[in-house]
Design a protein around this ligand. Structure first.
Ligand code: DHB
Length: 393
């Protein structure tokens, strides 16, 4: 009798909305904010496909909770990113914010993450400073200083004595330029000139003409993912290679998303980066095959891997907290996490919340008739050098 009364009381309370049904609590919501349209749409396409592939392979239930991915298009505009982050936190009550295709977009969401105490998993943007803007930011992508150091050292050791630089004029480009100038200079190289082009509608022509006249041994270039094709065409049309100027770049330029369409101009270009679709591990071969199969033959680039590994961080953190979605606990769980990624071994530095990873030196070559960044050397377990230097003092 007592049991029956208790049960009746419970169902009444439930009907009156006094008790939240257990089911409603068992969903973990991830707000994925990406540029799905606009000039950086390829980043959105790649990161979201990487995140979705991870879920397809690992299921949508973790630690007894259902994972719900809510994808929003910020069009690459920081105001929109910020508004979407606020809406996702306040209205949709997401437990994690993720994505962030460009530096200004990652920065715009940082105060929202801090205030809401919600983890912000940066899967794409790569300016060093980003992780310092909120204790809730964890990065699964890379930093420009981290990937630039390798090519700057390689240049100094490979008969490049005089070099010019050409970068996109915002956070990651300025990071790349600074690192190249410092590291190449420390190795005895001479920097002939530095140039910056706008992010919006870049015209590389005048800068390339100037470089051609200066005749350095090489020009070092950074442009963000999605812009490498336009750059490569102008580099070829201006005849820099014929004038004897070598092209050295970060892997953002010889982007796997665009490389198959770049043609002859890209062959022989040397770069350094943390991921190549041609990385020769079994895990990567399986990843590339599964990604291409799920996306109409689209080749994964480094952005796809940022999305894939970012989801892995979230899944593994939830396992560690046993499904607890408290933001501080989730970020703590991600700190120090190590695993074998399709790019090679990675660790989340527990102090900086930035990713420590291998950086490979690669050359564009045709493999079975298609262009790839073929790795031929590696710098192991590279931290973000800016933060490593600050730590040393
Ligand atoms: C950033 C964007 C890119 O597409 C890239 O390749 C590197 C950095 C950025 O905005 O941080």
């Amino acid at each position: 009798m007592r049991m029956r009364i208790l049960k009746a009381a419970a169902s009444l309370a439930l009907a009156a909305g006094l008790i939240t049904p257990a089911l409603a609590e068992e969903v973990v919501k991830i707000g994925l904010i990406l540029p799905m349209t606009g000039p950086s749409a390829s980043t959105g396409r790649q990161v979201s496909a990487g995140a979705k592939l991870y879920m397809a392979e690992h299921g949508d239930t973790v630690a007894g909770k259902k994972i719900e991915l809510i994808l929003k298009d910020d069009t690459g505009t920081a105001d929109v990113t910020k508004r979407l982050a606020q809406e996702l936190v306040v209205r949709d009550k997401v437990n994690v914010l993720a994505g962030f295709g460009l530096t200004p977009l990652a920065l715009a969401a940082a105060p929202v993450a801090t205030q809401a105490k919600v983890p912000e998993v940066v899967m794409a943007a790569a300016t060093s400073i980003i992780t310092e803007k909120s204790p809730f930011i964890v990065r699964s992508s890379f930093t420009l200083p981290q990937v630039t150091k390798g090519i700057a050292q390689w240049a100094g050791k490979n008969e490049i004595k005089r070099a010019s630089t050409l970068v996109t004029d915002y956070g990651p480009g300025i990071d790349a330029e600074k690192t190249f100038v410092e590291v190449f200079g420390a190795g005895g190289g001479e920097v002939v000139s530095t140039a910056r082009v706008p992010l919006q509608n870049p015209d590389f022509g005048p800068f390339l003409q100037k470089v051609k006249d200066e005749k350095p041994d090489a020009v070092f270039v950074f442009v963000p993912s999605g812009f490498g094709g336009v750059f490569m065409k102008q580099f070829r049309d201006r005849g820099l290679a014929d004038a004897g100027v070598k092209l050295i770049v970060t892997g953002d330029v010889t982007d796997d998303d665009l490389l198959p369409a770049m043609g002859e101009a890209a062959v022989g270009v040397t770069s350094s980066h943390h991921y190549s679709a041609a990385h020769p591990s079994e895990a990567n071969k399986a990843f590339v095959a599964a990604f291409e199969k799920a996306n109409d033959g689209m080749r994964p680039n480094f952005m796809a891997v940022g999305g894939y590994d970012g989801m892995r961080l979230i899944y593994e953190a939830l396992k560690k907290t046993d499904g607890d979605t408290n933001g501080v606990k989730l970020v703590d769980a991600m700190k120090g996490m190590s695993f074998e990624s399709v790019r090679g071994p990675v660790t989340i530095d527990p102090e900086t919340r930035d990713i420590v990873q291998n950086v490979y030196i690669r050359k564009v070559e045709a493999v079975d008739g298609k262009l790839y960044n073929v790795e031929f050397d590696v710098l192991e377990a590279v931290p973000d050098p800016v933060k490593a230097a600050a730590k040393k003092g």
